[in-house]
Design a protein around this ligand. Sequence first.
Ligand code: GLN
Length: 534
Amino acid sequence: MADTKYIFVTGGVVSSLGKGIIAASLGKLLQARGYKVTIQKFDPYINIDPGTLNPYEHGECYVTVDGHEADLDLGHYERFLNVPTTRSNNITTGRIYQSVINKERKGDYLGKTVQVVPHITDEIKRNVKLLGSKYKFDFVITEIGGTVGDIESLPFIESVRQLKWELGKNCMCVHLTYVPYIAAAKEFKTKPTQHSVKQLQELGIQPDVLVLRTEHLLSNDITRKVALFCNVDADAVVQSVDVPTIYEVPLVLQRQNMDVTILKKMGLEVGPTPEMKPWNEFLQKKTNATETVKIGLVGKYVELQDAYKSIDESLLQAAIYNDRKLDLHLFHSEKLNENNAAELLKDMDGILIAPGFGQRGIEGKFAALKYAREHDVPCLGICLGMQCMVIEYARDVLGMTDANSTEMEPNTEYKVIDLMEEQKNVTNMGGSMRLGAYDCVLKKGSKSYEAYGKEHIQERHRHRFEFNSQYRDQFEAAGMKCVGENPETGLVEVVEIPSLKWFVGVQFHPEYNSTVVNPNPLFVSFVKAAIDNK
Ligand code: GLN
């Protein structure tokens, strides 16, 4: 394709409508037609990245292959498109300003007053176009975080206005709104949508396509009315009604020809409707599954819907590829202890110990691990979950009663988990962990080797502490084996207890690398072990 096409996805009325899912679904439909597609997210907050935000503020922090701490929507983009994203796919206001201010200090604008328009907007536009020019994508879909009308997102919206003007047919705006149903009046209300579109128009943007989020199916009368009031073609008003799984959304949009409308508007040939075979097979498997697998997730953020997003999705995908419905049970680690763990966890087919930071809830993770180990329940520990596996084993099996991570207790006698050498001089908290994809070599015959079916793997990381190899021999002699390590540094990446059915701890985050058509092998193997354990 000659020119890269740019599609912006904005949102109005309320937040949490699922702009990320709409962007990912549209991306999927265009990709299915053979186009090279990428999706980018602009976040209007001042933080350079979400790496320093806690899950209460911002849900899960996703990590890209190139080690960028990113918004969780990038996880959706990867799960839908099955293409890795990079740091260029997630830009915050903070990063835009940082870059402009650095240029100002260097003297790049010497003599000029540096202003929001044109300097900040130019930097935003440069970041949009970079994906098209540098990586040669056919379509760059850019999701603008926040809701139209927010003070914070104004420079982004202004940049969209300018780009629409500059790029003409090669640029369009998809606006997502909400159509509430007032039960007492038995009526849908389109006024919030009309107001939200008016607000965009006041900022100089005429949306080309409207997506109406709704809990109940809307009649043609409603969509036609919206088209009429909002200067949008009738076929460019699409509804996105609640569906049982986010993975059905691409099909919902496809049935309404959203991709066809967009291709026509951009002057591209339409061609036959793609079959999306692997995608549909996945959904079919999901529908066909009748038996369940019960997985217990132990973490301190379980009450938050988005805190373990990638883990939830990886488990769901793994269950479906094992022909099972996922029955996920959440256990708050602060509420688990040695007295109640057996009672609370007794029905679980498998237990997953979540990643995390800090002391809070750690004892509950030990209690769950002890229960899993003593009752031979398949167990997967991720990052802090793996470190807890090591600590619990040291305390209970190796007799090192005060064993700990120096993250929790810097003066412990047995520092079985310790700060990585390279972290010892780190003072800045932002973007300074061991981040992104690293190599790992797996020992033949281990559960993880069997899962991946190969020795050399790459997975993503986000940590400062590591297994202290000083204790390696003691652990191995007592039955906990180090079966995966980084080939350059020898850092222990995977521990297992081979005498148990499936007990695996990984320093990396396999959940960042699991997609609809390519589920992560370790999750698939864990869920299979849980099913066999039933
Ligand atoms: N807090 C631990 C570390 O920094 C684990 C991090 C995590 O679970 N992502 O090493």
